[in-house]
Unconditional design. Structure first.
Length: 152
């Protein structure tokens, strides 16, 4: 388990740099076109650097703008612009730990709720405080074990 915790910490450290740029908006024209036009480079010039026709450069820029470009094409375009493609994923929850906490808590609520409903039907209902404590305990256990069911 210590190995998993270390992996999470190491990946979290790498993701922090990307979190800073997460809120930066992508240029409406896409990065390739924005950089190309800012540098004063024509479609034909970029096409020559990519060994493709200028019409295909326009198509590449359009694919980036609509989100259908491949990473390979984007990397090739970046290289042709003397740029480096930077690629990363950032947890929507802000951190991997927060994501894991949320998923563990959601699963713990499902598990404890099923048990609680069964007990209620048998006239052995627990107090709200006992249910809350059971959810907290189960969530902690799930975080420690990190079962695959956490991601179902």
């Amino acid at each position: 388990m210590k190995k998993r915790k270390l992996q999470i910490q190491q990946l979290e450290a790498k993701m922090k740099a990307f979190a800073l740029v997460q809120t930066e908006p992508i240029p409406t024209t896409g990065w390739v076109k924005a950089i190309r036009t800012t540098l004063g480079m024509t479609l034909e010039q970029l096409g020559q650097r990519l060994s493709i026709a200028k019409q295909n450069v326009g198509k590449l820029e359009k694919r980036e703008q609509d989100g259908s470009i491949t990473l390979k094409s984007l990397r090739d375009a970046a290289n042709a612009l003397d740029m480096e493609l930077v690629y990363g994923l950032v947890p929507k929850d802000g951190s991997l730990d927060t994501l894991i906490d949320r998923k563990a808590r959601e699963l713990a609520i499902q598990i404890v709720s099923r048990t609680s409903n069964t007990m209620k039907l048998e006239d052995q209902e627990n107090s709200k405080e006992r249910i809350r404590k059971a959810i907290d305990e189960r969530a902690e256990e799930l975080k420690r074990e990190m079962p695959k069911v956490l991601w179902d």
